[in-house]
Design a protein around this ligand. Sequence first.
Ligand code: PEP
Ligand code: MG
Length: 586
Amino acid sequence: MRAMRKGIGVSPGVAVGTAYCIHEVFVRPQTRPLEAAEVAGELRRFEKAVKKSLADLRALAQKVASQVGKEPAAVFRAHQAILRDPAFTTKMRQAIETQRQPAEAALHDVLAEYTAIFDRTHDEYLKQRLADVRDVILRLSEHLSPMLANDPAADSDRLIVVAQELLPSQVVALGGKRLAGIVTQSGGATSHAAILARGQGIPAVSGVRDILRQVTNGDLVVVDGSSGYVVVNPDPETESAYRKLQREYFQLQDVLAENRDAPARLADGEAIELLANINGLTDAQAATAVGAAGVGLFRTEYLFLTHPDVPDEEEQLAAYREILATCPQRRITIRTLDLGGDKTIPYLGRQREANPFMGWRSIRLSFEHPEFFLTQVRAILRAGGEEHAEVRMLFPMITTLEEMRRVRSMVNRARKRLQAEGKPVGPVPLGLMVEVPAAAVCIDALLSVVDFVSIGSNDLVQYLMAADRDNPKVSHLCQPLSPAVLRVLRRVIESCHKAGKPVTLCGEMAGLPRAFALLVGMGLRSMSMSPALLPGIKELASHLTAEQTRKMLRRAMKLKTTEQVLTYLRDEVDRLAPNLKLLDSM
Ligand code: PEP
Ligand code: MG
């Protein structure tokens, strides 16, 4: 049945492909009851998944105990205890044997039962244990049905993944497969899954409610990441219209690829520094392939999220060296671990917080695990000691001057200790991410203790507008071109210029044509973005003069609503660079 749905376009481009639905354990899979003859096999499948999960957890507990400490390792022992708990295994066996449920459906129901029980308690500690149960159940379900592995539906080479939400670790796990497009029920334009999709140039649409009920494996699906439309089983005319758009999009990419070695310049010749945001080695290769001037943001979370346990100093150093050797001009800004919010690793302790994005995340978490944090700082300082490398270190979520001072003195101590150990370290300038409004407001004071600034507009926008960046219900508020955001950005950029401190912007807005034009108008000359967006921005830059962008900024600053700003800029950018319409996903 044909269906057309609207979501939020989070990664531009058009893809036509075959649906592959990921029914996570948190969304009850549509399954038929088991035949009597299938029950014994299903029980064996469940036991096997339990054994594999226990083996994972034992290994994790051991490594975490030796590298982070006994206390953080306790969480994995607690997870083993849940898996061995007869109350849990009996429930599962009963669901399979008596109710003839497949293991995945049984897991879902057992989780629902636990959730209902935990919801009734007012004890915060107990409530937090639900996160552990969910974690254990997710691990089990991964062993029951490893994503895409051995699945005939996953054979198509133009696969459109349809899911409730894609966790960052899942996008990484899917990385080996050639994905054509992504559609998710939740998530917003700056959710990390969206950022990963953009990094790989995969068209994606988020926030399409109930899409999993309308799509089944094998359906033909169109994803238009520019307009936010998803079409399921299009009629032949619609299909051919979208296939044409897809071809045009590919052609545009080919044309842009030819500019790879051309310097990034405005139409009047002024140079612009276009850097790449990366999550790992593949992105570093992509950054070089698109001709980035360096890496402006290396999000190190994925190094930790995809590591089987905890990467120690030598492992981290090896990873940084490998990436450094691959990234353009051997220039890289490495951001220290930014966990929390939608990215967690269990060994650092997981709290059930009412407001995780405003809670115990990022640098706050690093302060609480100083040894763990210092291991990363040491590895980054040592990477800076590599020949011909230009390594900078960036700290996320800094809110106050005291925090930045504390970071500086920790880094200084680490540097001295490395020198005493005779290990080569590099100069490694220290930078502040401006992503909390408090830091933006007090930027002048903070500038005295940093070497450079990188504006993290994804978080800055969500905190300024008090609108969760992952929640499609408030995405209309999470707008980087809203008058409030523009005022704050302009002020931060001006303050950095006055203080003579280098400033760049590494949030997703740098790669959006309309936002880019205004940032240039504010005097920003360095931006970092997903590699896939860089060629389009380089082309756009060559259509704009500094004077034109200043004029656009003056006009835009007089407008009172986001809608007015968006409409005005769309018309201007379309007029100045009509060939780039397909790249706009705002
Ligand atoms: C940001 O907040 O703008 C940013 C670049 O960091 P992240 O998207 O990883 O939170
Ligand atoms: Mg951020």
